[in-house]
Write a protein that binds this ligand. Structure first.
Ligand code: AMP
Ligand code: ZN
Ligand code: FE
Ligand code: FE
Length: 364
């Protein structure tokens, strides 16, 4: 269903079947030929598309406006970035700073998606600037297991799931604990070769957040071993390096099942980021789609134009929602917030899936 038509009445109470309402405020549209509202709660709407003669702003203060019927563009560009990291994992902005950065970057919607944790959600929500919508999410460490012991690591984004779901909560804890031991093991390997880096400093840099290789990269930069985190990843921290140690992962099909059961929507993060290691084939993505995957990250800084074209076609064939995101990590990565973005249509489609919670809109 792309667009729903209705008559002049659009209030929930009237039982209008042609509208999807975003909350308390529905639009009374005289002469309306087709509204489509997102599923955001009363305080805001992030996916409104307006019919009508002229593009209008959403009455609930959302960012998107424009005419979906006549094909006119949104009245202004809507910028949605659904993959960013804070100090709750291996980014360098605190969750509060992250939403401030998102606002400064001109984003309308930002998702916080730290590795294997939901720890940053509350702080980000509390600091949410006016006019910015926050999508709480997590990037789950997963792997695909094939025949004859084949194993390919991959990342699954889960949005809007219930953070109190016990099974998923204990999986996140398991993954974070493994990250700690594995970080220590990589440091030990480096030290055994005389490379000056200490676990104490890495642990200090990670603080309470999920430990990741970027923290080790930062410590290596501080120690003068490399000039940048990027340089550390090119060699010492690469998954192909002799110092590399694997972390625990969730079987991707278990992860899809658990995130769905916890009321989340899912997206396969950077499926063709080859420089990070081996990537899965299209047939695995098709299996994931059949197992309930909702979206596919098409636009990502690690994807070439050819990759994006391929993934865009694959998403269309498999009925997956095509997403675009920066995978911002603050100073730990050269990429800017909003470097890749998701279209308002794709975002609206994502929100149309049943989720345990709704995006958060600032009430101040
Ligand atoms: P880990 O999760 O510990 O295996 O580390 C992988 C993380 O490091 C991912 O979040 C990547 O986005 C990030 N990463 C990958 N390549 C780089 C790079 N060149 N510079 C900084 N961070 C990177
Ligand atoms: Zn990361
Ligand atoms: Fe990732
Ligand atoms: Fe990421």
């Amino acid at each position: 269903m792309r667009l729903e038509l209705c008559g002049p009445q659009a209030v929930r109470a009237s039982g209008c079947a042609g509208f999807r309402l975003c909350g308390l405020q529905a639009v009374r549209a005289s002469g309306c030929a087709g509204f489509r509202l997102c599923g955001v709660r009363a305080s805001g709407c992030a996916g409104l598309r307006l019919c009508g003669v002229a593009p209008r702003a959403c009455p609930t203060g959302c960012a998107a406006s424009g005419c979906a019927l006549c094909g006119s563009p949104y009245s202004r560009r809507v910028r949605i970035d659904l993959h960013t990291h804070s100090t709750a994992s291996d980014g360098t902005d605190t969750p509060a700073e992250l939403v401030g950065q998102a606002k400064a970057a001109g984003l309308d919607v930002v998702a916080i998606t730290d590795h294997d944790t939901a720890a940053g959600w509350a702080e980000a929500a509390a600091a949410l600037p006016t006019g910015l919508t926050l999508v709480p999410g997590t990037e789950f460490s997963c792997a695909w297991f094939g025949a004859n012991g084949a194993r390919i690591g991959l990342h699954l984004l889960g949005y809007l799931y219930d953070p109190d779901d016990e099974e998923l909560q204990s999986e996140r804890r398991r993954l974070r604990e493994s990250r700690r031991g594995r970080g220590q093991a990589i440091v030990n390997n480096l030290r055994a070769d005389g490379i000056p880096v200490t676990w104490e400093r890495v642990a200090e840099l990670a603080g309470d957040g999920s430990v990741g290789r970027p923290h080790i990269g930062q410590a290596l930069v501080e120690g003068g071993v490399v000039g940048s985190v990027d340089e550390a990843f090119a060699d010492l921290l690469s998954s192909r390096s002799k110092y590399y140690v694997r972390k625990a992962d969730m079987d991707v099909f278990d992860a899809l099942r658990l995130i769905n059961a916890a009321g989340g929507v899912t997206a396969f993060a950077h499926p063709l980021a080859r420089r990070r290691g081996t990537v899965v084939g299209d047939e695995v993505i098709a299996d994931m789609a059949a197992a309930g995957l909702d979206g596919l990250e098409v636009d990502h800084p690690d994807h070439s134009l050819a990759d994006r074209a391929h993934l865009s076609g694959l998403a269309a064939n498999l009925g997956l929602i095509p997403l675009g995101s920066s995978d911002y990590h603050g100073r730990n990565k050269a990429v800017r917030m909003g470097a890749c973005t998701t279209s308002p249509d794709a975002y609206t489609d994502l929100l149309a899936r049943n989720t345990a919670s709704s995006p958060i809109v600032s009430t101040t």
